[in-house]
Design a protein around this ligand. Structure first.
Ligand code: E4P
Length: 264
């Protein structure tokens, strides 16, 4: 399974690449968070050079997803070309994120854009995927990735059930007796998406997105997702276990001077 880091914060991207992550996903909200942090730090925001740094920090063969901002296909295509032409030259790693469907004039704008981008050979990450059918449509249009948003499905199901929750809380894969047109959890969405694309031998890779905790990453891996895009705090959470910490402390205490001397 590939791990992408789900952030636009350069420091987090650097850290994630240092521990072997395979790529980066951003979206306009994550870019906003990074820009707000820069501004709060009194720094100038030069978006062109900031995105350049993201692409260079990720480096070759580590895909960086950058999202379009318009809702009409013609504009999305133009923006995708801009993103690709401006930034792919640096490390050959730009993938353009296109929402599968938009709430604008027609619901087909994203798919129309994907179709055009396939002809232009610009790689696409189909985003805001909430059903396996949406993913199948994007797969047929040659999307490099589809991103089912696991956590947001869980949020929706909990809200529908009237459950008060914290987004980072574990949500059971088997659901809570509430479904969204047959999808019982975010991981169920990921599992069904993976299975359907596999049925038809599609090359499109599934990115389990909107992941909120380490256990959800585990379940996405069990479901066969090709990629998990993981927020920085969840990557950290994944490294931890109290018995690991306890073992490290105990071993540190037992180091005899004779053994330590080897390293002098
Ligand atoms: C990544 O591609 C998505 O944009 C991201 O995982 C969304 O996460 P969120 O639902 O926590 O905002």
């Amino acid at each position: 399974m590939k791990f992408f880091v789900d952030t636009a914060m350069l420091s987090e991207i650097e850290w994630a690449m240092g521990i072997g992550c395979d790529g980066v996903t951003t979206n306009p909200s994550l870019i906003k968070k990074a820009v707000d942090a820069l501004k709060a730090n009194g720094e100038n925001v030069d978006m062109m050079s900031y995105i350049r740094k993201i692409c260079e920090t990720a480096g070759r063969c580590r895909d960086v997803s950058l999202e379009v901002v318009s809702l009409e296909s013609e504009k999305m295509i133009k923006e995708a070309v801009v993103l690709y032409n401006k930034f792919n030259i640096l490390a050959n790693n730009v993938v353009v994120k296109i929402p599968v469907s938009t709430a604008s004039t027609s619901h087909y704008e994203g798919l129309k854009a994907m179709s055009a981008l396939q002809r232009k050979q610009i790689p696409v990450n189909a985003t805001l995927v909430f059903t396996p059918e949406q993913a199948l449509m994007c797969g047929k249009l040659g999307a490099k990735y589809v991103s089912p948003f696991a956590g947001r499905i869980d949020d929706m199901l909990r809200s529908k059930s009237g459950i008060v929750f914290d987004k980072s809380e574990y949500f059971p894969e088997q659901g809570i007796r509430m479904d969204d047109n047959g999808i019982v959890s975010g991981i169920d969405l990921v599992r069904k998406t993976v299975a359907i694309l596999k049925n038809y031998g599609m090359k499109t890779e599934v990115i389990a997105a909107s992941l909120r905790n380490a256990r959800q990453v585990r379940e996405a891996a069990l479901a066969g997702a090709h990629v998990a895009t993981i927020p920085f705090n969840v990557l950290e959470e994944m490294t931890k276990h109290p018995k690991t910490a306890e073992g490290v402390m105990a071993f540190a205490k037992d180091v005899v001077p004779e053994y330590r001397a080897i390293f002098d």
